[in-house]
Write a protein that binds this ligand. Structure first.
Ligand code: DAH
Length: 332
């Protein structure tokens, strides 16, 4: 026979002595659970006195349990509030914010400037055939760029493109004029690495083909883009030059932004900075892509993105744009 007074005392003791919710739950299973002595006895009850006795014990133990549970839960909350305190007035952890490489920034500016003029943006292949890199652009057989001393050849017919100008041929073969496009990407030349040259660099190449285009259209276009890239006060001038695929060919200069055109070290005291090459599309190039030079006119230009980035940010050495030194890149 169970001594129920003793059972209740022992049960009350283990409830009161439970130091955590886990221990309390174990005590509940032990003294009140479905297989506890009390529960089993309650199921067997035959007379009213025993029933009242056992139910009384159960009710008191359940009340004690509930009370102990509240106390323990409060203590637990207090402890967590104490230990896991968050001081919301402390400064947060600063997340390092990256930035786009200056070449990418300039590339996007060029894209924006030409998209604003209604040009389409292209990105052509870097491995070119001799036909597209030289022949169709009317390079003479004797042109020095055709030499493996200047150009990376894979075999007799394939090169790493030396300029973005092959894009002119690609678009003219793909579509009928009027055409307005700018092609941006990497080009390759066998140059030794110096402060001003790198064997890989980026160019942007423009081509407009329409009826009645003149040098004045080229000049207006370059003036607009140079002002977008370098500021609203810039001027553009043309010097005559030679390129195989333009006639006449010119080299555009932009007025020096450091001295305002008066003359300084950056512009070699001329007031002007060389920007690249340009000109009116040579009739032979039109013939090479099956366009009638008596009907169509065009202008083209090509410039370096590294040079643009260097001028915009006053970066004296082109190598800084290729070495990935974070001390440099974090400045942009
Ligand atoms: N492709 C020439 C170069 O890399 C630059 C150039 C000159 C591009 C004249 C042109 C152009 O489109 O018309 O030196």
């Amino acid at each position: 026979m169970t001594d129920w007074t003793e059972y209740e005392e022992r049960a009350a003791g283990s409830i009161a002595g439970a130091t955590s919710l886990d221990v309390l739950e174990a005590a509940r299973v032990d003294v009140l659970g479905r297989k506890s002595e009390l529960a089993l006895a309650l199921r067997e009850v035959r007379d009213r006195d025993t029933g009242m006795l056992l139910n009384g014990i159960r009710q008191r133990l359940e009340a004690a349990l509930a009370e102990r549970e509240t106390t323990l839960a409060d203590e637990e909350l207090d402890r967590r509030l104490r230990e896991e305190v968050v001081d919301v007035t402390l400064p947060g952890e600063e997340l390092p914010v990256g930035s786009l490489h200056p070449i990418t920034q300039v590339r996007r500016m060029v894209e924006d400037a030409f998209l604003g003029l209604g040009y389409e943006v292209r990105d052509d292949r870097e491995v070119e055939t001799v036909a597209y890199n030289f022949d169709k652009l009317a390079f003479l057989p004797t042109h020095s760029a055709r030499s493996p001393r200047d150009t990376f050849f894979f075999d007799d017919d394939h090169v790493l493109r030396t300029e973005t100008s092959p894009s002119q041929i690609h678009i003219m073969e793909e579509k009928q004029p009027p055409l307005y496009m700018v092609s941006i990407g990497r080009v390759y030349r066998r140059d030794a690495i110096t402060a001003t040259r790198y064997p890989i660099f980026h160019q942007f190449e423009g081509l407009a083909v329409d009826r009645g285009l003149t040098l004045a259209d080229l000049k207006g276009t370059l003036l607009h883009v140079m002002r977008r890239l370098y500021g609203p006060d810039r001027q553009v001038r043309f010097r005559t030059h030679y390129f195989p695929f333009t006639e006449p060919s010119i080299e555009p200069d932009v007025s020096c932004g450091i001295c305002g055109g008066v003359g300084c070290r950056t512009c070699k005291f001329s007031g002007w900075i060389e920007m690249g090459g340009a000109g009116m599309v040579d009739p032979r190039v039109f013939e090479n892509v099956g366009l009638d030079p008596e009907v169509w006119t065009g202008f083209a230009f090509g410039m370096g993105l590294e040079r643009t980035a260097q001028l915009r940010h006053d970066i004296p050495d082109i190598r800084a744009l290729w070495e990935g030194d974070l001390r440099v890149l974090r400045q942009f």
